[in-house]
Write a protein that binds this ligand. Sequence first.
Ligand code: NAD
Length: 559
Amino acid sequence: MTPPSANTLKDSVSSVESFTKIDKATPSASTKASESILKYTALDDIPVGVKKLTDSFHKNGKTHSIQYRLNQLRNLYFVIKDNQDAICDALFKDFGRVPTESQILEIDGSLNELVHTMANLHNWLKPEPVKDLPITLKSNPIYIERIPYGVVLIISPFNYPFFLSFSAIIGAIAAGNVVVFKPSELTPHFSQLFTNLLSEALDDDLLFTINGSIPETTKALEQKYDKIMYTGNNAVGTIIAKKAAETLTPVILELGGKSPAFVLDDLSEKELTVVARRIAWGRFTNAGQTCVAVDYVLAHDSIKERLVREIVKVVKEEFYPELNKDNKDFTHIIHDRAVSNLSKIIKTTKGKIVVGGDVDEASRYVAPTVVDNVDWDDSTMKGEIFGPILPILSYSSLDEALSRLQSRHDTPLAQYIFTGGSTSRAKNPKLNKISQQIRSGGAVINDVLMHVALTNAPFGGIGSSGSGSYHGWFSFRAFTHERTTMEQKLWNDFVLKARYPPFTEKNQKLVSASQTDYNGKVWFDRQGDVRVKGPSGLFSTWTSVAGVAALIYYFVGNL
Ligand code: NAD
């Protein structure tokens, strides 16, 4: 299919002067409101669409061609490049998303990842030779091929609906799969536009979009896939994992969590200002609806007051001098239920609100809110906030803070550590302790969020924040099966025949010698420390020579 020309679709979504609220007061109102903008897929069409795609993967085999994959990815590039403003407009209509946030946090990085994928795909597809083969197999071609899974289901959330979908879709297509895609119904303007763009750009043998809410997703999950990727909340993640287990379908789960920011006691006055700015950005971007947002701060007693003062200053004087619902640089909340949950958290906190606290339900605005003097049992600390509320806790004993964290919000999606000391773990014991004791999906020292934007580094959670990872090469890996392939000769059975019955002692010695590393010797004793760098060069050389000699001896004796 030819990619749509510039602005054809852009014009289909008119630019908006101001954010207009659609009714999403209850789940059913939300569905109705969404359905009036987004064309839901008829339930009966879902099995038909998935079957058509499955047949296409198995029968026409188009996706095995790198040329086909690259041409499809090229189409995607242009359709997005030409419709960036329309995407920003749609997201603004959906939840008052600040267009600059859409541009820099969703579109720019996604296009970059696409270009990176296209530039590298020919290398990623090269079979990878297997190293360290036993001597008897050294001359055989043995390699890892990365083959497509087949039919991949990708289910995306509302909060970064373009970036989180697009990145997964390009990985799956680059890897040679066909894709069933389910965008979020909570961003109906965006999801309708994106559905149109995808169907204009891509071969309909390659991608099938399912739109709708729970019934449509449930129907989609009743079909058989070869891999499922779900990004969203943990409760639905559990439903998906259970459903996938029924057919032994592998899943990638990109979930949420409560990501802490530690602020150590070694920061100067000037450094604390920078830290405050970064933390405020990490919390209030996209009105806090970011999976890796700074969910709460753990500041050392000695700097906590100064830090709070600086964060308040940043919020009031630098980021949002006009702290009200009409601020054009501040995004609104996705739906009324989320507003009411956030409002409840604010109303019931036992901490001290030092900035913000206002909620305007009519426009789904929750002010950037900083809560000081928070303790672990506060309303702000029950679960992932996913909104513009920043609780600040202080600690005097790092060990105690770590153990509280581990017992409540273990395995967050990200952890942030701010230190004025060395960023080398060997030289900064506190930094080392935190990063060792808190297992997290990602970790950033002295900054926030930025690891997600890396084109070619694995992004994913651990434990309750998810499993599996993607982006760039790691998406390609996530959507391919690593198949070990071995080529053998048919003329060399005289070399291999020792493995066949009847089993004799000589045969067994020959087979054992042919598959034993280091001629069956080891370089470590029963007691004492094991050499960290493995066997010495001398040991390796000696045992290899002895191994070859043993092999020849048994082989000749066996002739
Ligand atoms: P959402 O409500 O848009 O839901 C995500 C998807 O799940 C949608 O496509 C929706 O239709 C589907 N869905 C909802 N209920 C379902 C059900 N009962 N059965 C089947 N499918 C269902 O988004 P959300 O889940 O509210 O997103 C916010 C959460 O996602 C937060 O917890 C956030 O931390 C997490 N998140 C994680 C990442 C990550 O990369 N790890 C990224 C973004 C968001």
